[in-house]
Design a protein around this ligand. Structure first.
Ligand code: V47
Length: 383
């Protein structure tokens, strides 16, 4: 299969049947920052293909035809959680049927199980357990580093950090420093949901608020821990809430430059307290990717997480602003408990095929977007 690279492809001019998009297109073409109102207009327009065209232009300007993926494994050490978020089907109260907490040995064993290709990243997130001490998590990380010294540890959301800090009577910077000393290399983007208080009160009342999430991210970035940022959409939020979320992320990124990737997460309602809300549609999924790419002009990467939107939609998203589809994952629990029908993991070869058939060039990255070269059952990262 051969495709022309984006630099060889003839660049047709922008076309739309929505005049509201014309000034926005002019700004994007000139590389100017979009305003809050521009963001709302991008959400309101019926011309989704025009929005996608613009986002694709920005994506190709930044990354050409490259599309990133990695070989990773998710580990969720416990599903016991004090938070009871209405959006979640994963967390359970202590003592409920179906709760689990991994013994450290079990977590280390899980890390090495179920996949023959060497993983380059462990993605570790879990519930807010009322009793597990901070040292359990640090021992978990130290043990992983001892057993898998080459594997990058992307662990603990801003929400978990704030919870562990409070329980351990530590400041956020101190907690982050100790995590880093134990072996945490970067942080995932979860728990951001939608920053607006009105929405947070409905979907995740007991979590830290949006301001605290952003302050924790800043503290992480300040000590050199890169992180991602997510946005959960398709529940009770409106267009303004989403644009507010994006603009607040952009402001922090101006300050710290510590975000690597923005990941819009499609809400899966099954088995949650919001099960009456319909699932997101394909158009909605593509629009989040495209608007994210256009508004977050200072974020290097936009990820279409195949687990969330299906591998088929993730492929199309690579033409709507996304440059990354995440990784092999191996074993996903959070969305599968909430009714996701995607496979729990994909093989490296599947990801390569998805990307190539979308007309992009697959690039195996490590968590920090450096090239990974493989030989037999091992890998090397270009530094
Ligand atoms: O914060 C929870 C979301 C997130 C549901 O950083 C739900 O590379 C949909 O953040 N329906 C955790 N979403 C996952 C996450 C993530 C995933 C992949 C890559 C990265 C990264 C981060 O999942 C939570 C919450 O926003 N979530 N329940 C649900 N029912």
């Amino acid at each position: 299969m051969s495709f022309r690279s984006s630099s060889q492809r003839p660049r047709h001019s922008f076309q739309t049947d929505d005049p509201a998009l014309l000034p926005i297109a002019a700004k994007v073409q000139a590389g100017e920052r979009l305003s809050f109102d521009d963001g709302v207009a991008l959400y309101r327009t019926g011309d989704i293909l025009a929005v996608g065209w613009l986002a694709n232009m920005v994506r190709e300007r930044l990354h050409g035809d490259t599309a990133y993926f990695n070989v990773n494994r998710h580990i969720n050490p416990t599903n016991v959680c004090v938070a009871s978020c209405r959006l979640c089907a994963f967390g359970k109260k202590k003592g409920d049927v179906g709760t689990y907490t991994m013994a450290l040995e079990e977590a280390w064993e899980t890390a090495g199980a179920g996949y023959s290709e060497a993983v380059t990243e462990f993605h570790i997130v879990g519930g807010l357990h009322p009793d597990l001490p901070f040292e359990y998590f640090m021992d978990l990380v130290r043990g992983l580093k001892q057993r898998f010294p080459k594997v990058h540890i992307k662990a603990f959301t801003m929400v978990e950090v704030a919870f562990l800090a409070k329980r351990g009577k530590m400041t956020i910077p101190e907690t982050l420093e100790r995590m880093k000393a134990a072996g945490v290399d970067s942080m995932p983007g979860g728990g951001a949901e939608i920053f607006a208080d009105r929405v947070r009160h409905i979907i995740c009342d007991h979590k830290i608020d949006g301001g605290e999430w952003l302050e924790t991210a800043k503290a992480a970035h300040r000590i050199g821990l890169k992180s991602n940022a997510t946005m959960l959409y398709g529940h009770v939020e409106n267009d303004e809430d989403r644009v507010d979320h994006l603009v607040r992320l952009r402001a922090v990124q101006d300050e710290t430059g510590g975000f690597q990737t923005f990941i819009p997460l499609a809400f899966h309602p099954d088995h949650t307290a919001l099960a009456h809300i319909p699932k997101t549609t394909g158009m909605m999924d593509l629009r989040q990717i495209a608007v994210g790419r256009l508004m977050l002009d200072n974020f290097p990467h936009i990820k279409s997480y195949w687990q969330m939107v299906t591998p088929k939609m993730a492929q199309i998203a690579l033409r709507f602003g996304a440059d990354d589809i995440d990784g092999t994952v191996v074993e996903e629990k959070i969305y599968h408990n909430a009714g996701a029908s995607t496979p729990q993991g994909l093989r490296r070869a599947d990801l390569i095929r998805l990307i190539a058939e979308a007309g992009r060039v697959p690039f195996e990255r490590d968590t920090l977007y450096r090239a990974v070269t493989r030989s037999e059952d091992s890998f090397t990262v270009a530094v």
